[in-house]
Ligand binder design. Structure first.
Ligand code: ZN
Ligand code: ZN
Length: 144
């Protein structure tokens, strides 16, 4: 299968042993951007019904450490994972339903925001989360 061999190549490129759970998790993260651990677990279990929560968690940690997936953790939300790595993009999060969308970097190079005072640090990244309300939630006023 073409898709599988692509993910196998990514694992080998990151010097990670190719295992079925790793390929399945990588496939799930690519298919469901910004999914949380439980959603990824659900997707992986459709292919590998016996995989444990801990196994998926461990694979996500290994893939994140290897730079194959990126972990984002908006305040008040479970950690989310995505396959779009290395481009320093940002995220906009819906305060109402928690939907997440990608926002391209304002400048295009990391760090895209210049700190007003770097406090003597060498800064290489600015992680920005924009908060707001998604189109779906704007259209349907909350019934409270
Ligand atoms: Zn929303
Ligand atoms: Zn993203």
């Amino acid at each position: 299968m073409v898709a599988t061999s692509k993910f196998e190549r990514m694992l080998r490129g990151a010097v990670l042993r190719v295992t079925r759970p790793r390929v399945a998790v990588l496939t799930a993260v690519h298919a469901h951007p910004h999914a949380d651990t439980l959603s990824i677990l659900g997707a992986v279990r459709r292919e590998l019904p016996d995989v444990s929560h801990q196994a998926v968690y461990d694979v996500l940690r290994a893939l994140t450490a290897a730079g194959l997936v990126r972990r984002i953790e908006p305040a008040g939300s479970a950690a989310r994972y995505e396959s779009r790595v290395g481009d320093n993009h940002h995220h906009v999060v819906c305060r109402s339903c928690g939907a997440i969308a990608d926002v391209d970097c304002a400048v295009g190079e990391t760090p895209c925001l210049t700190a007003s005072d770097n406090q003597g640090f060498s800064i290489d990244e600015a992680e920005v989360i924009y908060w707001g309300v998604c189109p779906g939630c704007v259209a349907v006023p909350a019934t409270s």
